[in-house]
Ligand binder design. Structure first.
Ligand SMILES: [Zn+2]
Ligand SMILES: [Zn+2]
Length: 228
């Protein structure tokens, strides 16, 4: 086979047929090499690892739909079409989990092992076919990584979290807000609730009893003055 058959990146053992033609690996032997020959591939594949970004990805073992056209061209096989699958994400504003779908379009050439393209390009520049197999996984991973948002949102107009208390605005409602009391007003408010007791002349109480509330009043007032 090709000089690359010892390569560690070789996708699968290829000896006989359809065993290798599964998941994201396509066996293109029956496409032939006559330029223009086309074949459609529709299948559902799963990947054991999640595919995507930190906050949003196609979860592991989710069903990914491939709807592809393979076309033989002079230098290799051109793969075009769409790949789609469900995503789970975490909203970057409100931190809630949400589900969605992602669809990517692929247009990728896989060079024949003995083609000019293969011989005149570096490994990283073009994907290569190995033993009549096309491994779409790296292509799909790249495409999904580019398509998914770095800062996903549960809904386009997600209102996020309340900056004061952290409650999710979607549950808190549009009237949610916080009265920020001026500390001086807070002091007056507590003074007012204490006032009626002290201002009420208690009949029959001794002068000693009455002196206590008066002293408290003086202390409160002096505290207020110190704060100003
Ligand atoms: Zn959100
Ligand atoms: Zn709040």
């Amino acid at each position: 086979m090709s000089a690359r058959s010892g390569s560690p990146s070789r996708p699968h053992k290829t000896s006989n047929g359809p065993v290798s033609d599964a998941g994201f690996v396509l066996d293109v032997r029956n496409l032939g090499r006559r330029p223009g020959t086309m074949r459609e591939v529709r299948r559902t594949a799963t990947e054991h690892e999640r595919m995507g970004l930190d906050l949003i990805a196609i979860p592991a073992d989710a069903e990914v739909d491939l709807d592809l056209q393979l076309q033989a061209v002079s230098e290799g096989v051109l793969v075009t079409g769409t790949v789609s699958g469900p995503t789970v994400g975490e909203c970057s504003r409100c931190l809630e989990p949400f589900e969605d779908r992602v669809e990517v379009r692929l247009t990728e050439l896989f060079a024949y092992p003995d083609s000019k393209t293969e011989q005149t390009t570096e490994d990283a520049e073009v994907y290569r076919m190995e033993d009549d197999l096309i491994d779409l996984e790296p292509v799909i991973l790249d495409a999904i990584g580019l398509e998914l948002p770095l800062q996903p949102l549960c809904t386009p107009d997600c209102a996020g979290l309340c900056p004061e208390c952290g409650v999710r605005m979607a549950i808190a409602g549009p009237d949610h807000g916080h009265e920020i009391l001026d500390p001086r007003w807070a002091k007056l408010a507590s003074f007012a609730t204490e006032a009626p007791g002290t201002g009420d002349p208690a009949e029959g109480s001794t002068p000693q009893d009455r002196s206590a509330p008066g002293a408290d009043d003086a202390r409160v007032v002096s505290e207020n003055q110190e704060e100003k």
